[in-house]
Design a protein around this ligand. Structure first.
Ligand code: HEM
Length: 339
């Protein structure tokens, strides 16, 4: 997949400065430049694969919880004291829980491939190597937190931390992808014009984060603990669900406001589209949330809500990204330091 830049007349841009296709004027031509461009595109693909895989494992982790398989392997890092892997006697719960553990290997392999691809780029750009390394470290940390979750017999606080850490790894994978993208395709505008909207963008992001955080408390108070013997957090499900839903309404209001203001401001189309997408994802996720609440939390809807939560967060990151707020926070400093 080759993305072209409106600002460069469609030519892929490498390192934010050089083009893959140049006029035959003695300087490096298409053939010479194509290799680094391909290498960079490979990095971007691996970063995207990491983003998708880290979202997918939230879904499979949810399947472990929603099938009551949380303690299918009752210990960690071995499955049982006597066996490293799940055995036939442990039944379907053992297979489901152990299968999810194995997925960590797939995630790690994708993260290592991304790191190696970034490392092998000319100049070993730190702005790509760093997020690649951080994503790998996050996955390793998730392996350990997953183990602690089992040791703590699925204590809801640890389960919540496990989920929020995935949100952290997803954020890092997004940033890895964004940086690779911006080294291939120059951002469409240097949108300093959107600076006055930063407080709104960050308030929106903080509210989105709070919705996720409180969502984990709702789950911790509810029936889907992952095992009949797992403790609950003791909060009143109705009250905490109300707080969760109230925050969702605030989030929706801020997102609609961001969309309308960006339109009125004459912001770049990508920024307006990002805000519109966030509103749509929130509406879909809010609907799932309401239906699951009023229908006794059927597992399929709860699973969809879990994936929807990740999508809301990714859409939130896209709003920060397309509005230039992430550049202010991390990207521009790294870019101007040349690494
Ligand atoms: C933007 C919209 C929303 C987002 C991003 C969101 C996010 C979340 C998250 C992250 C969780 C915790 C998942 C887990 O730890 O397994 C959760 C759980 C939950 N949410 Fe939402 N939510 C949204 C809207 C709603 C709405 C409108 C309701 C309606 C009351 C709702 C009801 C619930 C319930 C009942 C749970 C607990 C499910 C369980 O027992 O596993 N959500 N939500």
């Amino acid at each position: 997949m080759t993305v072209t830049s409106p600002s460069t007349g469609g030519s892929p841009q490498v390192d934010g400065a050089t083009h893959a296709q140049r006029p035959p004027d003695g300087r490096p031509g298409t053939a010479e430049r194509a290799a680094p461009a391909r290498a960079l595109i490979r990095v971007r693909q691996l970063a995207l694969a990491s983003l998708i895989a880290n979202t997918a494992i939230v879904a499979t982790g949810g399947a472990v919880r929603l099938t009551g398989s949380g303690l299918g392997c009752p210990t960690w890092p071995r499955c049982t004291d006597d066996s490293l892997v799940a055995t036939a006697e442990m039944g379907i719960h053992g297979a489901i829980e152990f299968g999810n553990r194995l997925l960590t290997i797939v995630l790690s392999a994708i993260a290592v491939a991304g790191l190696v691809a970034a490392w092998r780029l000319a100049g070993r750009p730190r702005r790509l190597v760093r997020p690649a390394l951080l994503a790998l470290a996050g996955i390793a940390a998730q392996g350990v937190v997953g183990g602690i979750t089992v040791w703590m017999t699925l204590h809801p606080l640890v389960v919540g931390i496990h989920f929020m850490l995935s949100i952290g790894v997803i954020s890092v994978a997004y940033e890895f992808w964004r940086r690779a993208r911006d080294m291939i395709v120059a951002p469409p505008v240097a949108d300093r014009s959107l600076r006055p909207l930063r407080p709104l963008a960050w308030t929106l992001a903080a509210t989105s984060f709070a919705v996720l955080l409180v969502g984990t408390l709702v789950t911790g108070s509810g029936p889907h603990s992952g095992d009949p013997d797992a403790p609950r957090n003791g909060l009143d499900p109705q009250n905490i669900s109300q707080i969760h839903a109230d925050l969702v309404f605030l989030l929706l209001g801020l997102s609609v406001a961001a969309w309308l203001i960006l339109r009125a401001w004459g912001a770049p189309a990508v920024a307006v589209e990002a805000a519109a997408s966030l509103v749509l994802v929130e509406l879909a996720q809010g609907l799932i949330g309401l239906v699951q609440y009023f229908t006794g939390l059927p597992v399929l809807l709860v699973g969809a809500h879990l994936v929807g939560a990740c999508l809301v967060w990714i859409a939130t990151l896209a709003v920060l990204d397309r509005g230039g707020a992430l550049d202010d926070a991390v990207g521009r400093k790294a870019a101007t330091s040349g690494r």
